[in-house]
Unconditional design. Structure first.
Length: 582
């Protein structure tokens, strides 16, 4: 195939001599296509793209194609201020704009060429990304066309990227936070993140932050790394930055490996220039966790009004807010809860963690409470918190999953960052409670294609990673364990199964909630209905309401038996109403 000369092509486009143009046109394609290409004049970008796309099919982007599509490429190129090749490529992407992952192999298949032919045009594709006509979905493989670009093209206008309004360091970090979100959603490559960060920093080159980094002479990579760590401190007050957080900004593991070596050996320019240091715990440096130095916080970030957006205290339910409640268990779970309660006492918990760390084992305690509804799983967590003096940070799983795709993953990461900060600032390690966690503990889907399924897999992977490095106390409650992912099962140190109470346990529950019951009455109620503790509490509440309305505070056994029966209308396990224990 002859080499295509862009200069000759532009001269051809500028020629007003139709005869010369027709003479130059190749003979590939149908006569109708050639006739339309020669006689039609595009009136809009979409119309020009339509002709370009039609003529490019199975063309291999050869000279004949460019000759035939010349009038329409000319119109769109001048309108968009792009080169002819960039214009053609953009038209192919626009034609697939409804797809959020436009694969290069699909474009190659349409053009009738090998994928490597499209990869040879990567510089032109990169320019489209730099000019914000395309967004990277997966580096070097798939892209998408932003809705703002489509809106501009439909209005027959070139897309003009509006630079963010950055006037000071605070507005810079606000903007950088959006870049991090785009990177997490794989809509920015590592190189694109560096480029946009450099452009944004140039807008505040008079700040102490930028002046200091320029004086030190950091590389682009180190500038981005320090900016990312500064972002974690500014946004989340994070003073214990782990490698798993840092890795999210890279496109490959090679760069992460380089930084791991430099950070562990403290030979990175960020260390030697007193910008970061190892995080400390009880006076001991932690080689796998890092933070900004006081110098960096005061001298470089001093002009930023740092607000602790985490608001740790607002995230906590105080341990003394739970009223004391006597819980009755079957023998098996009773023994396990007693053991766990003893371990979580402050003195023993600190000692056990120290022994685990000395043995090179994980310090965190991850516990799973599973069993039928109403068996006291959640209330047990509350009573453990009250007894051991540990506050609770409760996770609303449904709220996290209701976020947009990409936002859910961000929320779950931020949640664990907040929990680490709370642990660091608390005298006594609080409990991280994933209540009713069925939605995030299920088996991960192989080969997930739907966005929702991919999001759930991503959430689960993040939680699994965080459980590996957890240094606090995590308790998850769930009604269903048949669908529990094996990876989660391995990470829970304590797994307590809450069975429905035995007859003996039900008798004790009835007596504890209605002390006026005789032993025979409690036995009759326990034998008559196979109820959980939560269901029994529900019945006792209804009986109490009835007694208040009737003015009689005695025990009416027939009424109680009737209430027991109504609790299971239609099924021996169906529940009506609700239980405050669950």
């Amino acid at each position: 195939m002859a080499n295509f000369d862009v200069e000759e092509f532009l001269e051809l486009l500028d020629s007003d001599d139709a005869a010369n143009r027709e003479k130059s046109i190749g003979r590939k394609g149908s006569s109708k296509q050639r006739e339309k290409a020669l006689t039609s004049k595009s009136r809009s970008l979409l119309e020009a793209f339509e002709y370009i796309i039609g003529l490019s099919r199975n063309s291999n982007l050869d000279d004949d194609f460019f000759d035939e599509a010349a009038p329409h490429i000319r119109y769109a190129s001048r309108k968009l201020k792009l080169s002819p090749m960039q214009t053609v490529l953009l038209s192919l992407f626009v034609d697939r704009s409804e797809d959020h992952q436009i694969l290069l192999r699909e474009i190659a298949r349409y053009l009738g060429c090998r994928t490597i032919r499209i990869h040879r045009l990567s510089k032109d594709i990169d320019i489209l990304v730099e000019k914000n006509y395309l967004v990277v979905s997966k580096p070097g493989n798939s892209y998408r066309v932003p809705s703002e670009v489509m809106k501009a093209i439909k209005n027959n206008k070139p897309y003009v990227y509006v630079a963010p309004e950055i006037s000071d360091l605070q507005s810079f970090f606000d903007y950088f936070s959006t870049l991090v979100d785009l990177k997490d959603e794989k809509e920015l490559t590592y190189d694109a993140l560096i480029y946009r960060t450099k452009v944004a920093l140039e807008l505040i080159k008079g700040s102490a932050y930028v002046k200091t980094l320029a004086r030190i002479g950091l590389s682009d990579d180190d500038t981005l790394m320090f900016t990312y760590m500064s972002h974690l401190f500014v946004a989340y007050n994070d003073d214990s930055i782990m490698f798993r957080q840092i890795e999210s900004i890279f496109d490959n593991k090679k760069m992460l490996s380089i930084y791991k070596v430099q950070f562990r050996g403290r030979i990175s320019p960020l260390f030697t220039n007193n910008l970061i240091e190892c995080a400390n715990e009880e006076g001991m440096a932690r080689p796998e966790a890092f933070k900004l130095t006081n110098y960096a916080k005061n001298e470089l970030l001093g002009e930023v009004c740092i607000m602790n957006t985490c608001k740790p205290k607002r995230d906590l339910i105080k341990s003394d807010s739970f009223p004391e409640k006597k819980l009755i268990y079957n023998q098996s779970e009773g023994e396990q809860i007693a053991e766990l309660s003893s371990i979580l006492s402050e003195e023993r918990f600190t000692a056990v963690q120290a022994r685990l760390e000395k043995a090179g084992m994980r310090k965190g305690f991850c516990c799973l409470f599973h069993g039928a509804p109403g068996t006291g799983k959640t209330e047990t967590v509350f009573q453990l918190a009250r007894k051991t003096g540990r506050d609770i940070m409760q996770v609303n799983v449904d709220k996290i999953k209701s976020c947009w795709v990409g936002e859910s993953e961000k929320e779950i990461r931020n949640l664990f960052i907040r929990y680490r900060n709370i642990c660091r600032d608390s005298e006594r390690t609080p409990i991280l409670l994933f209540n009713e966690a069925d939605a995030v503990l299920g088996v991960r889907m192989e080969g997930a294609t739907r966005a929702v399924d991919k999001m759930e897999n991503s959430l689960q992977n993040i939680i699994l990673q965080e459980m590996e490095s957890l240094e606090g106390i995590m308790i998850a409650t769930t009604n269903l364990t048949a669908n529990l992912d094996r990876a989660f099962e391995r990470r829970f140190l304590y797994k307590v199964r809450f069975e429905r109470p035995s007859i003996e346990a039900r008798m004790r529950i009835w007596k504890s909630m209605l002390p006026k019951l005789s032993d025979d009455e409690a036995n009759a109620l326990a034998v008559e209905s196979d109820l959980s503790g939560g269901e029994i509490e529900n019945i006792v509440r209804k009986h109490t309401v009835s007694s208040i309305l009737s003015g009689c505070d005695g025990i009416d056994l027939p009424v109680l038996l009737k209430l027991c029966h109504s609790e299971h209308i239609g099924s021996s396990r169906q529940r009506v109403g609700f239980s405050v224990s669950e």
